[in-house]
Design a protein around this ligand. Sequence first.
Ligand SMILES: [Zn+2]
Length: 445
Amino acid sequence: MLNQPRSCAEPFDALDSLTSAALEKWWIRRLRKVFTLASERLPYYRGCFRAAGFDPARFRTLEDLRAVPISNKSDLLAIQRNTGSHNLGIEFEADAPQATVTLSLSSGTSGTTFITHTRTWTKMQGRSSCRAHWWAGLRPGSPLLMSAPAWHSYAAIQPFIAMHFGMPCVVVSGTYLPRFADRVVDAIVRFRPRFVTMFLPMVFSILATARQQGIDGDRLFASVQTLVVTGAPITPGMRQHLSRLSGVARVAEIAGSSENLLAVDCERADGLHVVPDTCHVEVIDRATGRAAAEMERGSIVHTSVIPAGSVYLRYDGGDAGVINHEPCACGLPSPRIKLLGRWEDSFTIGPHVLLPYDVQLAIEQEVPELSGAACVITREGLARGTLRVLLAAHEGAAASLLDGARAALSRRFGVPVEVVGVLDLPLRFKGVPPILSEQEAASQL
Ligand SMILES: [Zn+2]
């Protein structure tokens, strides 16, 4: 039968072979346990649950999640401001006498909080991350190259991943900044990895730096079978573009946050499977606060299912996305999500509330020749009701292509559009910002 979901061909462990219904039951047990322990031991959640009238003992189905209050970054920043402590009352075992605790940082323009990792946290998150990498194609013996910001919780588990699979591994520690791309080029050339995990904006900087050294993308990535990109959502056209530039057959996407969100795409590349052993994900309609319909845009709200270290329960990290509970042909039982960007980068133009992702997707759908061209939207344009797009066009992109993009976007969105081809987009600390003020960018050059 064509529509019968098959079981996962290469499960990481027994969890991958559960049916979706069995995984739901597994999640309910885990969630009830973590809610119960949080209400007993964690002052922040004890207070929230009491105020909302939520009793973990009555948690029976995933529908009951609605009774659990949602927290966000500003809630935690307020505690940090008031107490002057990194300890927010969301940390298991942080004060245990024998606890080995390390800290990482959350990210975000709104402010930074500290995240506590205990030994149990590292073990459980490490295994979960191994599952994510397995789904992305990592197998024992594949030389691995990873790069991540040193402050991110991912940095705390990188050694665990290398040791779990028993593979040679290079961690280009802390140097995820595009201006240090030459170090990563050097590491790839010397180490010849089969599997590379990289911050998306860094990939472009690496390719550009290699080109300056006379090495084209195919040659640089000749040994690489999987290129995992993370840090920003990619459109289908961007995935193909990366594959073309690097010559790597499989470009996979991982979405992860320091606060526990973890999802990765399978070989079907049609949405990112939630990695279920540490994380449960919902998408919430912003207007109603209830579960968004399948594939309808809403807020990504995630809940840790492990009672270790800092725990984030029904945490809204500010990401926009969609969820799909349809069985995937790969056989993995967890639902698929797609992050589409951050709400703080959304903008209103004409009758639409858009994300930069929508503009990127529209460009590649309307003018496939411009697939993968990085673009930013300018605040000056939005201030006068115009979608003004700076497009880092491929070398030699004809003016007619840019004009075609302008006309197509204007038709699609029903607003005035300007498309300006530029050689380079302004790099910031975390890559190219999706929305910027041209004036500010010019003054900072
Ligand atoms: Zn799948």
